[in-house]
Design a protein. Structure first.
Length: 149
């Protein structure tokens, strides 16, 4: 069983909770995690991100699908705090809205709350912001599976 770290916590603890690794680990630090309530985390977006080579040369913008993935990973950490012996598997996204671009130098703040679990499916509200301005918000859903041993 995974020990739930005290917040804030960083990459080493996140990698104990999620199976993702570089370059696909998209959460740098968890600021606050309150099981059954909410999680607040962030990703520092740098020009060194591999996706900026092609999205877009001369005008680097973080792909929206990766913003959603960062939110799903943040929700996965909240799920792991609630059920440490389970793995959070991204299942879907509803009502995604993109409100501003995310560019190198931004700190992408990630927030998930309103977690509801029914019949093995978890849903939660997720939003990403930069400098207090919403970049993306959506309802994300996931299923829980047994964590590999």
């Amino acid at each position: 069983m995974t020990q739930i770290p005290a917040t804030p916590f960083g990459t080493n603890e996140i990698m104990q909770m999620l199976p993702h690794r570089y370059p696909f680990l998209l959460v740098d630090r968890v600021v606050e995690c309150v099981p059954n309530s909410h999680i607040q985390a962030y990703k520092n977006v740098t020009i060194n991100e591999p996706f900026f080579q092609g999205h877009f040369p001369g005008m680097p913008i973080m792909p929206g699908v990766l913003i959603l993935e960062a939110l799903a990973q943040t929700g996965g950490i909240l799920g792991a705090c609630l059920m440490p012996d389970k793995l959070f598997l991204f299942r879907g996204v509803d009502g995604a809205k993109f409100r501003r671009q995310v560019v190198p130098g931004d700190r992408l703040d990630l927030f998930c709350d309103d977690m509801r679990i029914k019949l093995g499916v978890c849903k939660m509200h997720a939003k990403a912001s930069v400098d207090g301005k919403i970049a993306c918000e959506a309802e994300i859903s996931a299923a829980f599976a047994e964590r590999p041993r």
